[in-house]
Design a protein around this ligand. Sequence first.
Ligand code: SF4
Length: 470
Amino acid sequence: MEHTKTPPNLGARPDLAPKIQTPDSRRAGRKGDQPTIGMVSLGCPKALVDSERILTRLRAEGYAISPDYAGAHAVIVNTCGFLDSAKAESLEAIGEALQENGKVIVTGCLGAEPEYIREHHPQIRAVTGPHQYEQVLDAVHGVVPPAPDPFVDLLPASGVSLTPRHFSYLKISEGCNHKCKFCIIPDMRGRLQSRPAHAVVREAEKLVESGVKELLVISQDTSAFGVDIKHAEDRGHRAHITDLARDLGALGAAERPWVRLHYVYPYPHVRQLIPLMAEGLILPYLDIPFQHASTDVLRRMARPAAAAKTLDEIAAWREICPEITLRSTFIVGYPGETEDEFQVLLDWMDEAQLDRVGCFQYENVAGARSNDLPDHVPAEVKQDRWERFMAKAQAISEAKLAAKVGQTLDVIVDEIDADGVATCRTKADAPEIDGNLFIDDGTEGLKVGEIVQVEVDEAGEYDLWGFIRN
Ligand code: SF4
């Protein structure tokens, strides 16, 4: 897992999950008496997938989903507890839900610390930890009993999705076998547990059948998929990331979905994925959290593949697939980081020329082993390094985007506003974390989820503008 300092922007508010209205729930006599649950989902895309699963199960049991606090009989807050700032944000969201609704069930990463939550909010009805779907459902049953109705209890074909229908996160495993010193995810989520490959492919098939055009593969460590189950093969699908990527890339027959891989580590076997990108089976995009470039810092972080010759790997990937987009995240100001080590990172960036970059200033996290490391970096030094790093990253991004002016690119349409401006993404842009391509004119007839060809006519620091090619 790579943390985000703030939850991704999920539209207005993640708690504004669309109210599911089946024809049956609108029947006379049923209106108003259907048990209804609200959901506030904080944290990373992986937490969002958990929220989707909980909502799907609730929907299957006949609950409606409320878009606001007022219309809900109870509210579930799916929390993030990774950084102290995320904890504070989770506590705030719980407080808001208590104030606006009163009946609150807490789940997610922060749910692993029930005393901490109860200390701040003793009025909450229940606390469950991450992935305890059954316990969340039990808690909901206790607070708002289900009202079984054979007409309402129909599970939508592909579950309930908090993300727009044309893209969907696909979680392939949970937990992590690494022990990065700044991270408490393995303590909270346990060791790697891969889903069987056939189950992942089946879920992806259902999503594609229901209209999903882009699958975002996520886990704590996507490159490790299947290691825990010895890359077992079942029903024709092998639990290995290369095989899974090939299987997902083959879905959809006439119209293949875009398949985007997140949280991949620079292991040697990742090279096997790149030909699949060159062939067009999966998107030429790798979200690969390097976190630093100095081998000494990486060792002190206890990062997986700390000794990997990442510049050589990147060069090899680009040779196989020149159009590959590389996104990464970094931490500056890790305990003990010297100016020389930071300079190694800046020099590495000059060479690596990554397309998309996020950067965090190191922050202590309660329970993380890095807290006890010597030589913590003063706040002003962290800020200064963050600014220098981001200035470099931004200059690289700007130059890379400028080079796209005049090119014709495939884009997927995410949104069309009332003025007809279409917000789209190229293959190089993941939702929530990367940039956009905007089309200002000529969008009549365009549909959300459609993939069209656009000629780029302007570039900014992070975004592009273009017009539809006829
Ligand atoms: S221990 Fe490392 S690899 Fe595992 S989830 Fe944490 S940051 Fe990611």
